[in-house]
Design a protein around this ligand. Structure first.
Ligand SMILES: [Zn+2]
Length: 45
């Protein structure tokens, strides 16, 4: 499992929320634990 310790966007510390999603409070970058970002997959339009 690849956990990010720093935000790849702005190098700030990531926080993990109750849904096991890592969120950057600075630039709102987020990723599920062990996965790449899924937001581009979820956009169908
Ligand atoms: Zn960030």
């Amino acid at each position: 499992m690849n956990l990010l310790k720093k935000c790849p966007e702005c190098n700030s510390e990531l926080k993990t929320n109750s849904e096991n999603i890592q969120v950057c409070s600075v630039c709102e970058y987020w990723t599920k634990k062990g996965t790449a970002r899924l937001d581009s997959i979820m956009i169908f339009a």
